[in-house]
Design a protein around this ligand. Structure first.
Ligand code: ZN
Length: 346
């Protein structure tokens, strides 16, 4: 029997402003606010939103492959022998419609990895082999006199497994201390920090580009909250009448977004398919790979789509695209029971 699960740390760079909305809330003059952590009040992307986006893109990838196989078969004068109805777009949806439901097959990459609900008169649902944590802001770009700097804090670094202590709330810690530094409107004393090297090497491991690693600004958790929330992008847009395609008069609305250049971090936890059955059949997604890696192989198929089609994003072009930087196994990836609470059996 293999490992029961394995974790991967994913970091991603926002290529566009990223807006994952709350579906209505209004703060001050902003009509469309983004989701915030209820405790820290820092914007985040909920794991449930990430799972939905990954599910759609994994299904899209497999449907593209299927179409390609059909075309290849036709070109060589053969009958396509692959998958028949239900197709992958059906597996991407909510699966509640009797005619367009999830296929629920033990070898379907979409249904097994992302799960399915219990249908009417059918046997139980399946929780899905991949779980997604919330995506947190790891590094937040702020304009300064020295050019853009990427701000982080102990709480944000904790999400990538780094413990940093002794950060004073009155100062900003940078690689080269000097004159006071403005982070947006905030003017702070600069100091150096003996943990900066450890932070930089961890960020290198997570494939954060040089130009970001060489412009780090470490502040306290409290200041981080303040800096992020006062430097979000707020844009104003015009509502378009879907019937006519024309701008609706007086229908201006504003929305907030994480700015381009924000680095987000999340974790993917993959269970071992070999430990599960669906409808009495063993779950198996791959001819080659075994164990949790099978799940990770499927999950990763969504990453190129995140870069080109984006997350959330107001349903418009030029919003929400993120480039995944680091699909690397995180520390504690062994998935065996450990005192640190990292492991355990499913
Ligand atoms: Zn399916």
């Amino acid at each position: 029997m293999g490992k029961s699960y394995k974790k991967w740390s994913v970091t991603a760079l926002a290529l566009d402003p990223v807006h994952v909305g709350t579906g209505g809330g209004r703060i001050g003059r902003v009509d469309l606010t983004i989701v915030r952590d209820p405790v820290t009040r820092i914007p985040k992307i909920p794991g449930s939103s990430l799972a939905g986006v990954y599910r759609t893109y994994v299904a899209m990838h497999h449907e593209e492959n299927r179409q390609q196989q059909i075309q290849q078969a036709a070109q060589s004068g053969q009958q396509y022998q692959g998958r028949q109805k239900p197709f992958y777009p059906d597996c991407a949806g909510l699966g509640l419609d009797a005619n367009r439901g999830h296929c629920r097959q033990p070898d379907c990459p979409v249904c097994t990895v992302f799960g399915f609900a219990r249908g009417a008169g059918q046997e139980g649902g399946f929780a899905g082999l991949a779980a997604f944590t919330d995506a947190h802001v790891l590094l937040f770009p702020v304009p300064t006199r020295r050019g853009p700097m990427w701000v982080t804090c102990p709480m944000a670094l904790q999400t990538i497994g780094l413990t940093v202590s002794g950060v004073d709330g009155e100062a900003v810690y940078v690689e080269h201390a000097g004159n006071r530094l403005n982070l947006g409107w905030l003017l702070l004393e600069t100091r150096t920090c003996d943990q900066m090297d450890a932070i930089k090497s961890k960020l290198e491991e997570l494939r954060i580009p040089d130009y970001i690693r060489n412009h780090l600004a470490l502040v306290s958790d409290g200041l981080f909250h303040h800096i992020v929330n006062s430097n979000l992008e707020v844009r104003t847009s015009v509502s378009i009448d879907p019937a006519t395609g024309a701008a609706q008069e007086g229908a201006l609305f504003s929305y907030e977004a994480l700015p381009r250049g924000t680095v987000l971090a999340w974790e993917v936890i993959a269970k071992n398919p070999g430990l599960f059955t669906i409808g009495g059949q063993k779950v198996d997604l791959s001819q080659g790979t075994k164990g949790p890696d099978q799940v990770w192989e499927v999950v990763q198929k969504a990453h190129p789509y995140l870069e080109h089609l984006g997350i959330g994003g107001m349903g418009t072009r030029g919003m929400g695209r993120v480039k995944v930087l680091s699909p690397s196994p995180s520390a504690g990836a062994a998935g065996l029971a450990q005192p640190g609470g990292q492991g355990g059996t499913a």
